[in-house]
Design a protein around this ligand. Structure first.
Ligand SMILES: NC(=O)c1ccc[n+]([C@@H]2O[C@H](COP(=O)([O-])OP(=O)(O)OC[C@H]3O[C@@H](n4cnc5c(N)ncnc54)[C@H](O)[C@@H]3O)[C@@H](O)[C@H]2O)c1
Length: 276
C-alpha cells in the first residue's frame, strides 16, 4: 500500500467521547478529512448535534451527534447498539471526554487545593475521565476484539500524564497561600491512569487486532490570561502553547493504518515541555 493511503479512513466508523468539546470537534474534523465517519458522543446532546451538523456541512460527509453519558454502562451499551444498528461496525474509539477544570476561571479557587478537595468532585472527575474510558473500552473495545477487522483505541491524556503540574503558573497575586488555586489532583491521576490503561489493554488485545495508544497533548491557547500564558510558555522549549488544530495530524496517524505497528505507546506532542 502507498504510504499516504495508510492515512485514509474510508468508511471507518469512529466514536469520539466528549466529541462536542474543543478537541473532540478537531478529532472529528480530521476523521472527516480522511473520509471516515465521526460519531460525537457527548453528555450535551444539543452541542453534539450542532457540531456534527457543522462537520457534515463542511466536509460533505456523514457525522452523527449523540447524547451519551459515558459514566454508566447501560448508556454506553445503548450507544454502541445504535451505532451498530446504523453502520453494522465500529472501527475507532477516541476516549477524549474529561472534566477539565480551567483553574483560571474557577470562582472558588481554594477548592482545587488538595487539603480542601471534595470527595464528591474527586468522584465526578474520575467517573468521566477514567471510569468513562474504562467502560467505553470494555463495551466498544470488546466488540472490536470480536469483529474480524479489529479496531483502534486512542486515549487522550496530557503532558500532565507525564509530569506533575507546576502549580506556580496558577498562582494569583495578593492571595493567601492557602487560597492559591492549583490544578486538581484528579487531573494528574486520570491522565497517568489512562497511560496505564493503554499499556494494559494494548497487551491484553495484542493478538485480537485491537491497537491501543495514547496521545499526550500540551495546553492549547484559548485566550487565557496573559500572565498565565507567560508563565506556562516559559516552561515550554518551543516558547508557545499549541494551536487548536496542531494535534489533528498526530491523531490521524494514531487511529489509521499509518501506525499499524504501534500499540501501547504514548505519543507526546507538547512543544518539548516534558523534556525540561
Ligand atoms: N484543552 C487543552 O488544552 C488540553 C490539553 C491536553 C489535554 N487535553 C485533554 O483533551 C481532552 C479534551 O479536552 P477539551 O479541551 O476539548 O475539553 P472540553 O471541556 O472542551 O470537552 C470535553 C467534553 O466532554 C464532555 N463530557 C463531559 N462529561 C461527559 C460525560 N459524562 N459523557 C460524555 N461526555 C462528557 C463535555 O460536555 C465536553 O463537550 C480532555 O481529555 C482533556 O483533558 C486538553
Amino acid at each position: 500500500m502507498n504510504t499516504i493511503d495508510k492515512y485514509k479512513l474510508e468508511g471507518k466508523i469512529a466514536i469520539i467521547t466528549g466529541g462536542a468539546g474543543l478537541l473532540g470537534v478537531k478529532h472529528a474534523e480530521v476523521i472527516a478529512e480522511a473520509k471516515g465517519i465521526p460519531i460525537l458522543w457527548d453528555i450535551d446532546l444539543e452541542s453534539a448535534q450542532i457540531k456534527s451538523q457543522e462537520i457534515s456541512d463542511k466536509y460533505g460527509t456523514t457525522c452523527l451527534g449523540m447524547g451519551i453519558d459515558i459514566t454508566e454502562t447501560k448508556f454506553v451499551k445503548n450507544g454502541l447498539k445504535d451505532v451498530l444498528d446504523s453502520f453494522q461496525r465500529v472501527d475507532i474509539l477516541i476516549n477524549n471526554a474529561a472534566n477539565d477544570p480551567k483553574v483560571n476561571e474557577d470562582s472558588n479557587l481554594s477548592l482545587s487545593r488538595f487539603e480542601n478537595f471534595q470527595h464528591s468532585v474527586w468522584q465526578q472527575d474520575i467517573d468521566v475521565g477514567l471510569t468513562g474510558a474504562y467502560l467505553c473500552c470494555q463495551v466498544i473495545g470488546t466488540y472490536m476484539s470480536q469483529q474480524n477487522t479489529g479496531g483502534v483505541i486512542l486515549n487522550i491524556a496530557s503532558d500532565l500524564g507525564i509530569i506533575a503540574p507546576d502549580q506556580r503558573i496558577y498562582r494569583r497575586e495578593k492571595l493567601d497561600e492557602d487560597k492559591q488555586p492549583v490544578k486538581p489532583i484528579t487531573y494528574s491521576v486520570i491522565k497517568h491512569g489512562l497511560i496505564g490503561m493503554t499499556k494494559y489493554l494494548a497487551t491484553y488485545w495484542a493478538d485480537k487486532n485491537v491497537r491501543v495508544n495514547t496521545i499526550s497533548p500540551g495546553g492549547i491557547f484559548t485566550n487565557q490570561p496573559q500572565d498565565f500564558v507567560k508563565k506556562l510558555t516559559s516552561l515550554i522549549p518551543m516558547g508557545r502553547m499549541a494551536r487548536v488544530d496542531e494535534y489533528k495530524a498526530a491523531v490521524l496517524f494514531l487511529i489509521s493504518d499509518a501506525s499499524s505497528y504501534m500499540t501501547g505507546a504514548n505519543l507526546i506532542v507538547d512543544g518539548g515541555r516534558t523534556c525540561w
